[in-house]
Write a protein that binds this ligand. Sequence first.
Ligand code: S3P
Length: 171
Amino acid sequence: MEHTILIGFMGAGKTTLGKRVAAKLQKPFEDTDLRIEKEQGRPISDIFAKEGEQYFRMLETKQLEELLKEKESCVLSVGGGLPVQEANPPLLKQLGKTIYLKASKETLVKRLQGDKSRPLLQGGQLEEKIESLMAAREHIYEQVADVIVETDHLTMDEMVDRLITIVQGEG
Ligand code: S3P
């Protein structure tokens, strides 16, 4: 099934943009984080606090396996750490076309300031946390992506248009 998959760092706009693109294409919108929270009946921060990150990573992979069984093509946003887990890039390949929403550290710092929902960003210096996670992840995002969209200088409407063009095979 050819889904459209959005990857990128926390705060890159995957969920907001995914919803808008799905609505415009009249396709369902899926989000691994939201699916996990729904299935577990609790927020991700609670899963991290009680069972730890590795358990959460296992739940993410399980979601991709579930999505492989779904017939209808959708727009899918995945958590920022998902592509980094070894088991997941081959599953993403099978699921469809992967688009990396690339944003600079400066943009991400602005967007993530004051965030309380993401366990990996709590405590300490936000900028340093983003920097070290980015250093570990960016090359993987680039490897996994079929298409890279630089988002720093685009408005939300421009991003939506750009993604629609890509999904429709013209980008
Ligand atoms: C994570 C990103 C989050 C969520 C979890 C871990 C990460 O999703 O899956 O907090 O490791 O980057 P978003 O990228 O949607 O914020």
